[in-house]
Design a protein around this ligand. Structure first.
Ligand code: SAM
Ligand code: SF4
Length: 329
């Protein structure tokens, strides 16, 4: 298994399938995009499936989430999902996407074995969507969400990041809309992972503020079963339930102590933490013919070295070299 020196066991693997994206969210990447990984640097579909297979069969991973960049831009996605769903034991398979291409892919992904999706949507107002993502694609995302729900990729979760002065007035509207459509909404505190290094602690809309804003319209009761475990979202029942809302307070109430994640970048590097400044290269071993046991051993060693916490609270905190879009959020 993937044990670290603080006794945590990683069972949840995030796989970034590409660092490219068709949106340009201001809190994630600059308008001109980034220096994308080249084709030879990217893992092939076969290499991804082999690493997922090692994680599942040799290292105890039970959940696999595909992310990016925008994972729907990866041409082989459905085939990767299909091959991962044939692994024994079968892992839970989910996808984090901006939803732009989901209307045309949801059915095929469901048929390939995908279990659930998380769709990122920060606003319901077209002009704010344009400001936040620098693209005019709100309609596509809304259609993608309905398609995911209709395909049975449920529960459909919606991830929202609030930016002060841009969409922070929309928290309650987003929740009302999500409840109406049977989507489970989760707010994520903005983290210092943007490529432009523009994050400012003082500007961040905190979990406490988000809950205040929601409480002005809804009655929120902490969910009894949400004695957090390893789930990053703390959840509240809305107006007595059964609907819920989550808040992921990565900055103000970090969940590092119970973190169960391991990450694989699109170019085959293991990251033991979103905020890690070091990575362990599996691609070179993979391409030089290393057997599964050797790769598994490298992965174990990478996880053993995981830090106790993200270090976000320390004055000495340094942002990782890779931005969120290249790590896989
Ligand atoms: N493109 C896909 C998407 O947007 O869902 C997957 C990758 S994206 C990096 C994954 C998640 O990270 C999204 O929900 C996005 O809103 C979130 N994210 C990106 N930059 C962030 C930041 N600086 N702080 C908090 N969340 C961020
Ligand atoms: Fe793309 Fe997701 Fe980053 Fe937005 S948050 S720019 S959709 S990778």
């Amino acid at each position: 298994m993937l044990l670290d020196s603080f006794g945590r066991i990683a069972t949840d693997l995030r796989v970034s399938l590409t660092d490219r994206c068709n949106l340009r969210c201001t809190y994630c990447m600059p308008e001109e995009g980034l220096q994308w990984l080249s084709k030879p640097e990217l893992l092939t579909d076969e290499e991804i499936v082999r690493l997922v297979s090692i994680a599942v069969t040799d290292l105890g991973v039970t959940e696999v989430r595909f992310t990016g960049g925008e994972p729907l831009l990866r041409p082989g996605l459905a085939s990767i999902v299909e091959r991962c769903s044939a692994l024994v034991p079968r892992p839970q398979l989910s996808l984090t996407t901006n939803g732009v291409g989901l209307a045309r892919t949801a059915d095929a992904l469901r048929a390939a074995g995908l279990d659930r999706v998380n769709v990122s949507l920060d606003t319901l107002r077209p002009e704010v969507f344009r400001t936040l993502t620098r693209r005019d694609r709100l309609d596509d995302v809304v259609k993608g969400l309905s398609a995911a729900h209709a395909s049975g990729l449920t529960p459909v979760k919606v991830n929202a990041v609030l930016i002060r002065g841009v969409n922070d007035g929309e928290a309650a509207d987003l929740l009302g809309w999500a409840l109406e459509h049977d989507y489970e909404l989760r707010f994520i505190e903005q983290m210092p992972l943007d490529a432009q290094h523009g994050w400012q602690r003082g500007d961040m809309v905190t979990a406490a503020e988000i809950l205040d804003r929601l409480s002005a319209r809804f009655t929120l009761t902490p969910e009894v079963s949400s004695v957090r475990g390893s789930a990053p979202a703390e959840r509240w029942l809305v107006d007595g339930g059964p609907s819920r809302v989550g808040v992921i307070a990565s900055v103000t109430r970090p969940f590092c102590r119970v973190c169960d994640r391991t990450r694989l970048t699109a170019d085959g590097q293991v990251r033991n933490c979103l905020f890690a400044r070091e990575e362990s290269d599996l691609r070179t071993a993979l391409r030089s013919g290393a057997p599964d046991q050797d790769i598994a051993e490298r992965w174990r060693a990478a996880m053993w070295g995981k830090n106790a916490g993200s270090g976000l609270d320390a004055p000495s905190f340094l942002q990782p070299r890779r931005p969120m879009s290249a790590i896989g959020g």
